[in-house]
Design a protein around this ligand. Structure first.
Ligand SMILES: *Cc1c(COP(=O)(O)O)cnc(C)c1O
Length: 360
């Protein structure tokens, strides 16, 4: 098989080594005569794998015992609803940051549950920039302040996070989770769908400060109530076993490759290759404020849609997939998650230069 160069925004590229491990391990897990995906989640074999996975998550991201860590189903999207159902108190409001497609979707779910204030609204700038973190001040009575750390579609990324004082800070980190160190202690809750940087679709990591549950709304359906997942160490119901196993293998790969610091270096190198081409070009351009450019989703454009279509044709011929911008914004986007080899990004950078030489 000739592997494609995979620039899809999600689900997205996995480390080849991990795909081989999944292939080799799918029939039988640790000599027990069964596959891990045929094993009860109440068995010691599952427990061993699960606990190793959670321990690696904690170790690599530096998560203290003040936090619970577990996996839920329903994608990152379910968290858009669960966060306000659990934490948007009826007597106050929550502060949201309208930073683009994902932040806005979360806010729109919250509006159905309670009162939402927009601390910041990037609509007028077409979501190409973010507020400066030191300027962000949550309302004193706020239930929480919510942000999306990396807008996957707009290609903008927070480089540092606001200090919200006593107001809980909650973040969707789906598309840059494990691509850099995170000051976990600054957050009351972090969640991330795993299908961008950590594995196949089907699981969402939740990192929850235990004390946040003291302020929780009660009388929620069981699955939607975080306290049930907390009390049961994430095993309230059947967890997404296959995804968790794959995440464990990806975490081992991350550890071998320098941990989150190693991933941050890789991300800086890879995104730098593309932004350098864009910045030194009078043909390609980036619509994004340079201070907030994403190291995961590089959004760029050409002078006309015809040229963009021609460019996409060239990338396809070169075995590159997923470079079309999201249908809501058009243009071009290279998603360059952790597992994408540096060589693949070099190949794209070269193709861009070549395309400019021929057409620019
Ligand atoms: C992909 C993505 C989501 C949606 O994830 P699902 O698992 O499809 O629900 C949410 N937020 C961000 C930032 C994303 O990149």
């Amino acid at each position: 098989m000739q592997r494609k160069l995979n620039f899809f925004a999600g689900p997205s590229v996995m480390p080849l080594e991990v795909l081989h491990q999944l292939q080799d391990g799918i029939l039988e897990y640790n000599g027990q005569g069964l596959s891990i995906i045929e094993t009860s989640h109440r068995s010691s074999v599952f427990d061993g794998m699960y606990n190793e996975c959670l321990a690696l998550l904690r170790e690599l991201l530096g998560i203290s015992d003040e936090y619970s860590v577990y996996f839920l189903g329903g994608g990152a999207t379910l968290q858009f609803a669960m966060v306000p159902m659990n934490f948007l108190r009826p007597d106050t409001a929550a502060d949201y940051i309208k930073s683009g497609a994902w932040g806005n979707k979360a806010a729109s779910d919250a509006e159905k549950i309670g009162r939402v204030r927009y601390y910041y609204d990037g609509t007028a700038d077409r979501y190409t920039t973010l507020p400066r973190p030191e300027e962000v001040k949550a309302g004193e009575d706020s239930s929480y302040l919510y942000l999306c750390s990396n807008e996957t579609i707009g290609g903008i990324q927070w480089k540092a996070f606001p200090d919200t004082g006593t107001v809980p800070l909650i973040a969707d980190m789906s598309s840059d989770f494990f691509s850099r160190p995170v000051p976990v202690d600054q957050f009351s809750m972090i969640y991330a769908g795993v299908q961008k940087n950590l594995g196949p679709a089907g699981a969402t990591v939740v990192i929850m400060k235990k004390s946040l549950l003291d302020k929780q709304n009660h009388n929620l359906p069981a699955y939607l109530d975080y306290s049930n997942h907390d009390k049961n160490d994430g095993l309230y119901n059947t967890p997404p076993v296959f995804s968790i196993w794959a995440v464990k293998l990806v975490l081992e790969w991350i550890k071998k490759n320098g941990g989150v610091e190693g991933m941050a270096k890789r991300a800086a190198l890879k995104s730098g290759l593309l932004y350098n081409v864009i910045d030194s070009s009078s043909f390609f351009y980036s619509p994004v404020d340079p201070a907030y450019r994403s190291t995961m989703n590089v959004v760029f454009r050409l002078p006309s849609e015809e040229l963009e279509a021609a460019f996409l044709e060239e990338t396809k011929k070169a075995g590159m997939l997923g470079l079309k911008g999201h249908r809501s914004v058009g243009g071009l986007r290279a998603s360059i998650y952790n597992a994408l080899p540096v060589e693949d990004v070099e190949a794209l950078a070269n193709l861009m230069k070549e395309f400019e030489r021929k057409n620019g």
